[in-house]
Design a protein around this ligand. Structure first.
Ligand code: UDP
Ligand code: MG
Length: 311
């Protein structure tokens, strides 16, 4: 049985895979126990799967899963976690934005007794200001709103002790925000700081839409504050309408003769109320939709191919 399991989700990464293996190999060789590399193909449409096959033929420590379609990054990592055999799991991206050279340091911290070692970005190289700004604000908002303390600027690059992996695998939820679940679990956790490199090759797979979906997922899965916000908005409009009513009454009774020219007020009030209602329904919908998804109880993913686990 291997001691270390490296989990790497792969989605159309034909350009980065050879380099990924080249950089990971010496690190796997140097670790003090046997290491396995679990690659999860997330329904790639390029040559990634045949590259995985080649890597497996070359090096028996490489095993891979192929999901039957694209299920998304978080589910791909979840699938990998389900297949971990080592005492330690290390999750990282395939595009070498998470430097593999950090792994020995993470392992040292694990040996010092930490069950979770997560990597925290000090900076991101060569990413657009918009992405940086959105990420920066999102992590801070999430920290404010979430029920658990989710550290800022951490991604999925982390080391997990077997105990934590088993607990993660027991969590049935399908809207998985792994960095949140990781914090929720507790145990002794520590950060290791690093500079996030630019992507080695290929395109970013997280489009703006996917990133936004992940962000909403994180918020909704770890906070009920948005629901409460709907209540607050409602209370606020109630207060405003009360003030308005008193004002109108006052104008009517006092003989200032200022005719209440109503159109603008009425129009704005209607749109304001409409907006409040729609936003509240939308927020409610996010939560209800999630309940619906959970209740269906479908499996998290379907597998097309599994290779290398029966050594
Ligand atoms: N990925 C995946 N499925 C997806 C999208 C991405 O498995 O639907 C993988 C991808 O191959 C990479 C990692 O998730 O290993 C992170 O993706 P990317 O580098 O595009 O995102 P970012 O670095 O912007 O978070
Ligand atoms: Mg990346």
């Amino acid at each position: 049985m291997p001691k270390y399991s490296l989990i790497v989700p792969v989605y159309n990464e034909e350009k980065t895979l050879p380099e990924l293996y080249r950089r990971l190999k010496p690190i796997m060789d140097e670790l003090d126990g046997e290491a396995e590399l679990i690659l999860i193909d997330d329904g790639s449409r390029d040559r990634s799967v045949s590259l995985l096959r080649e890597l497996h033929d070359q090096d028996s420590r490489v095993c891979y899963l192929s999901l039957a379609r694209n299920f998304g990054h978080q589910i791909a990592v979840t699938a990998g976690l389900n297949f971990v055999r080592g005492e330690v799991a290390i999750i990282m991206d395939a595009d070498l934005q998470d430097p593999p050279e950090l792994i020995p340091d993470m392992v040292n911290l694990w040996r010092d007794g930490y069950q979770v070692v997560y990597a925290q970005r000090t900076s991101r190289k060569k990413e657009g200001w918009f992405k940086k700004f959105m990420a920066y604000s999102f992590y801070r908002i999430l920290k404010q709103l979430a029920d658990v303390d989710i550290p800022t600027d951490t991604g999925d690059f982390c080391l997990l002790d077997r105990q934590v992996v088993d607990l993660m695998n027991q969590m049935p939820e399908r809207n998985r925000y792994l960095r949140g679940l990781r914090s929720w679990i507790g145990f002794k956790q520590t950060a290791i700081r690093f500079e996030r490199d630019p992507r080695f090759a290929g395109e970013v797979k997280y489009t703006f839409r996917k990133s936004l979906a992940l962000a909403i997922n994180g918020l909704v899965s770890f906070s009920k504050v948005p629901l409460r916000m709907a209540t607050y908005l409602g209370l606020f409009s109630a207060l405003m309408s009360a003030i308005m009513a008193i004002l109108v009454l006052y104008w009517r009774l006092s003989d200032t003769h200022s005719p209440v020219t109503g159109f603008a007020t009425i129009a704005i009030a209607i749109f304001f109320l409409g907006a409040v209602q729609l936003v509240s329904i939308g927020i409610l919908g996010e939560y209800v939709g999630r309940i619906y998804e959970e209740v269906k109880g479908r499996p998290l993913y379907t597998l097309a191919e599994i290779k290398g686990f029966q050594r």
